[in-house]
Each structure stands twice: as C-alpha cells, then as structure tokens.
Write a protein that binds this ligand. Structure first.
Ligand code: UDP
Length: 427
C-alpha cells in the first residue's frame, strides 16, 4: 500500500499535484522531492507526495530496470513476460489508493521506473500523468534502454509528458512536444546545504565518533575503527552503496594519497532504503577492499553508514562532512545527475568527478571542478593529487562551482521549470 509523506489538502478547490516515488528517504529523488514539494506548497499549489509499497522481488526488478537504463545490465530478463507481470502485479492494485486523490485537471508525477507502472490506471482518472525519469545514460539504446521502452510501451503510451535531465535520456516513443528537459536542483537554505559554523561541524562529526571516539550517539555507524585527526586533509565521497557509484575504486585510491590525507566514504544505511536492494552487498564488497589494504592505509579510510532518520540530522551530518572535506569526489560509472556533486559545489568545494551522464552538465572541466574518464583510474589518481597539491586551484574551482550552482541548480529554478510541465500556476 502507498504511504503519504505529504497529504494533499482535502476539499481545496485548486487543482491537485501529486508526486509519487519509491522511498521517502535515501537517494537523490527523495532529497529532491522534500524540497520541491515544500516549495510548491509554499507557492500555493495543492501539492502532495506519496510513496508506493513493494516487495523484495519488485525492488529487484526495478533495480534491474534502473541498470538497463544506464546500459549496465543484459536486457534478457525483461523480454521474459513474467518479469513485468510481477512488477505490474505489485503496482496496479495500488492505483486504487490514488484514485480518490485524482481527477480531471489534477496532475500526478510518477518518479523513476519504480512508479511508471501506475501510469495506465492513473490516466483513467482523467489526471495529467507525467513521468519524471531521473536516471539515464548516453549509451547505445540496444545496450538496455531500447528493451525498456519496448517492454514498457503500454505504460509509456499512458503518459502525457516525460521529464529527463538530458534530452538523450527520454524514450523516443514519447512525441517530442511532450518531452521536457529539467535538471534537478538543491535548496541552498535546507539543512543539507545551509551554512554551518565550525562549532556545529565539530559537534556533528564528534557526535558520530568520527573525530572523537567517545562521542558516538548512534546516528551513524562508523563501519570500522579509527579516528579522523583534526589536522588531516580529507577526501570525501557521499553516495548510496550502489555498484554504479564506483566506491571500491575510491577506497583503493587511498594507496596513492599523501600520508596526511584521509578518505571518508559516507553512504546511507542500506537497511533504510527499500528500493535499493544492492546496498548491503556493495558495502560488503567495500569492506573486502578495505581488508586488503595495508594497515597504515586502512587506518586512513573511514566508512560511515548514515541513518536516514531523523532526516534533518542525517542532512546536517552530510553537510558537515562536505564542509570538512578538502576535495569531494564522485567516481560514478553512470549518473543521471549527481545531487552530491551539486551539494559539494554550493559549499565551494573542489570536486573531482567522472565524466558521465548528468555530471557533464554539472561540471565544466577545469572551470568549476575536474572531470576524468570513468574507466581511467590513473587519471583519477593524478587529478586527485593535483587538487591536493594546489590549494589555489581548489579555491578557484570551488568559487566558480558555488556560483554555477546559484546560477543554474537552485530549487527556485526547478519550481519554475515544473510549472511548464504541470500547467499548474500558483494559487
Ligand atoms: N545522501 C544522504 N546520506 C547518505 C548518502 C547520500 O543524505 O548517506 C543523499 C545525498 O546527500 C544526496 C542524495 O542522497 O542528496 C543522493 O543523490 P544523488 O543524485 O547524488 O544520487 P542517487 O542516490 O540519487 O543515485
């Protein structure tokens, strides 16, 4: 059964706008919706947000769809009718729950492949159905996306519009006039991004035992022992424990870092993200990599598994980690749009990322960050050493990065772009 995160106001005579996704916490879409829905409500739109329910088998299928759209899975399983039958059997009965909230003139936005299967049933309510697909990669369609578009043709035929981060991520079967390109955005004043004092940063990092071993208060698990010294320089990656985030390679990179540099890798607690069934396995793989390191290198790696609840505390903790970092990396193999990159950029951090998907939109190499080929580990290490050795470069990239986010990737712009898709103006 779906769960409301934000209920639509009952009885209001303005059109309703309902966002639907697969998780209330963890990952970029939940982060984006928290800000977007609040802002839309603040502007007088009768907006709500609900999260679908699912089974382990359902989330295994949706993760597979996600990998297909990134060109990272073999498209044979989707040709098997049983795969989508299971997916639809979980979603279609949940449509009834939404019917009382939707009618002619209302808008429902289905986020990502997890919810697309609701489209035909919700279209029948007379509401405008928008699919916002946050994932995608510029891969040859036969590597995966084409199989999704073909197998999900009934769902795609039921949507009125699709929203993607880049034009190439949209299904070609949706008429060009119904395709919208809207990059995600962040809220500069949210707990995740607001300015923090040095005292707040220290207190947050002491509080999880990262910088003071006695300070643990259970909001995050430090997955292995070892205190981050106050004088250490820090390289950070924040991401879900997902095979596409390149985390094992980030951990291996510690071997090439100067001895005063520590690596912090922080990810959401996998047990709290139902639609990401691979988290525990990736975390286990990262622990294996860690076990293979020399003890002096291992002591410079800090793995943090952050509890997502309470949401404000987890957001402040990510904020503090990003502000404590000298360099923020995002070594993704594929990325629709990396909110973590934009979050680091608004804090004036020097970011080193891989040149994939939406990240190419977010960073211009050499101007507001550095980009390297995702398969070139030596180039990654070389760029990291270059940034660590050059404080002026870090400051220059960081200042330009902050300005770029303020100019292009704030919530205000996202809300304005969304008006064009939903057709709903402020009340
Ligand atoms: N995030 C978090 N805690 C974590 C790991 C990630 O709050 O331990 C947040 C992160 O700050 C960002 C989002 O989850 O807002 C990840 O979004 P992104 O677009 O980078 O990647 P996605 O998870 O959507 O693939």
């Amino acid at each position: 059964m779906p769960t409301p995160v934000w209920e639509i106001r009952p009885g209001a005579d303005t059109p309703r706008l309902l966002h639907v996704n697969a998780t209330a916490t963890g990952g970029g879409v939940a982060e984006l919706l928290r800000g977007l829905v609040e802002e839309q409500r603040g502007e007088g739109i009768n907006a709500g947000w609900a999260v679908i329910g699912g089974t382990a088998e359902f989330y295994a299928i949706t993760k597979y769809l996600h990998h297909l759209l990134h060109g990272r899975a073999v498209p044979n399983r989707i040709a098997d009718p049983a795969t989508l039958r299971t997916y639809r059997e979980v979603l279609v009965p949940q449509a009834a729950w939404f019917r009382s909230s939707l009618g002619i003139g209302d808008v429902v936005v289905l986020h990502d492949p997890q919810t697309l299967g609701l489209a035909p049933a919700l279209r029948a309510t007379g509401a405008r159905v928008v699919w916002h697909c946050h994932v995608g990669a510029e891969v040859p369609p036969e590597r995966g996306p084409a199989a999704v578009w073909q197998a999900m043709a009934p769902e795609l035929a039921a949507i009125d519009a699709v929203v993607t981060t880049l034009p190439a991520f949209a299904p070609p079967t949706v008429p060009a006039g119904n395709r919208f390109v809207i990059p995600p955005a962040i809220d500069p004043s949210a707990p995740k991004n607001r300015a923090l004092t040095e005292a707040e940063i220290s207190s947050l990092l002491d509080g999880i035992g990262l910088t003071a071993p006695s300070g643990r208060r259970g909001r995050a698990d430090i997955v292995q022992e070892g205190v981050l010294p106050a004088e250490a320089r820090v390289v950070l990656q924040v991401s879900r424990w997902d095979p596409l985030k390149g985390i094992p390679d980030v951990v291996r990179a510690v071997e090439c870092l100067p001895p005063d540099v520590h690596l912090v890798v922080a990810g959401a607690d996998p047990r709290e993200i139902p639609d990401d069934p691979e988290g525990a396995a990736v975390l286990a793989e990262v622990l294996d990599v860690l076990a293979g390191l020399a003890p002096e290198d291992r002591a410079r790696v800090h793995l943090i598994s952050i509890a997502q609840q309470p949401a404000e505390v987890s957001a402040l903790l990510v904020n503090a980690l990003q502000r404590r970092a000298d360099v923020v990396v995002q070594k993704s193999v594929a990325e629709g749009f990396g909110l973590t990159v934009t979050e680091a950029m608004i804090k004036g951090r020097a970011v080193l990322a891989t040149e994939v998907g939406g990240i190419r939109l977010q960073i211009t190499d050499g101007r507001d960050g550095l980009l390297v080929d995702a398969t070139d580990h030596q180039a990654f290490a070389a760029a990291l050493l270059r940034l660590l050795a050059d404080p002026e470069l870090r400051v220059r990239l960081g200042e330009s990065a902050r300005q770029r986010v303020l100019d292009h990737y704030t919530l205000r712009r996202l809300v304005a772009d969304y008006r064009g898709v939903t057709g709903l103006a402020d009340a």
